[in-house]
Structure formats: C-alpha cells, structure tokens
Ligand binder design. Structure first.
Ligand SMILES: [Zn+2]
Length: 185
C-alpha cells in the first residue's frame, strides 16, 4: 500500500511517531500535511503501511479567520494535535509540543495564510531576533564578497512531485520518496 499524491498536490510537512486511536494503540504512524489533506499513514507492528486515511483540509472548521486546530493534552506527557473537522474532532498524539505548534501554524498558513497563531514566548522571541540579526549580518558580509550561495530554492521532485528545498549546486534527498535532486549552480 502506497501513499500517492494527487495531481498538483504537494507535501508541506511530515512527522513520524504519531499516535492515533485509543490509549493502547501504536505510536509508529506517520502524519503528512499536503496542500490538500492531512494524511495519516497507519503502520503495523512491523512498520508496514496498513492503512492510509485522508482528512481533507477543506473539512476543517474555520472561525474568526483561524483554522480550528489546537494543541491538546492527552495526559501529562502526551501533547496532541486536535483538529476540528466539520464531522468531528480528530486527535493525533505527538512526542513534542513544539512540533504540534508547528503543525497548528502550518495548517493555518495553508488554510488562511496566517501562520502566526502560536507565538514563542518573549525570551525565545528575543533569541530568534538575535539569531536573525546574526544571519542578516553574515548575509551582508557575503554580499560584500559577492557570495550569494545561501539562497534557498524550491523545486519539484521529479520522481514524486513533492516540493524539495535546497541551495544552488546542492543535492538534497526528497523528504518523501528518497529520490535525490540536484539544484542548478
Ligand atoms: Zn520525491
């Protein structure tokens, strides 16, 4: 059983070790966000794909310009991504809270163009700003020397159509199918 992208469907985000279902269900599933759907790749005990469930993004409720997705808590140690579909809520168990927040932002970005739902706390924000300044400074230095190899480019994987990102001249592995793609210099 293979997950096949639909025409013009692109993979945006992918996470492993996802739990789905009752408390005793396995947590070795994969969750994929595309520009169309959230796809749950259910795996058997031996890691084989046993089922593929598509949840269309168009079924996610939107209210006040926000997609109804949120970080939940199954128990003290298990953060969940709770998605409110028109047909009911679906809950996916994650390992890390931050990863759930990234999903919340990405889903919002795809559905509403707003990716700023979860903001880092002030300290984290300051660190981000500092990092930003350093990155800018080093870019300026590179510009002075005429080096601009830092630009991230995007291309379609020739094998599966997923979007791959990389720099000029770099060879990257497609996050979905494992095919290698080399960006032009
Ligand atoms: Zn690919």
């Amino acid at each position: 059983m293979n997950f096949i992208l639909e025409e013009n469907e692109e993979i945006i985000k992918k996470s492993a070790d996802i739990g789905y279902g009752g408390k005793l269900s396995r947590s070795n599933n994969e969750l994929i966000l595309t520009n169309r759907s959230i796809v749950l790749i259910k795996k058997s005990l031996l890691g084989k794909v046993s089922d593929i469930i598509r949840f269309p993004l168009s079924d996610i409720a939107i209210s006040n310009g926000k997609a109804q997705v949120a970080l939940g808590q199954r128990d003290i140690v298990t953060p969940t991504l709770d998605i409110y579909f028109k047909s009911g809520v679906q809950s996916f168990r994650f390992t890390w809270e931050d990863e759930v927040n990234e999903w919340v932002n990405e889903i919002n970005f795809v559905l509403t163009g707003n990716s700023d739902i979860y903001k880092k706390d002030d300290l984290a924000e300051d660190i981000l700003k500092m990092t930003d300044t350093f990155v800018k400074a080093s870019k300026d230095v590179k510009k002075v020397f005429g080096i601009d190899s830092d630009k991230i480019m995007s291309a379609k994987c020739p094998s599966c159509g997923a979007s791959v990102k990389g720099k000029a001249g770099e060879t990257v592995e497609c996050p979905y199918c494992g095919n290698y793609y080399t960006f032009d210099e």
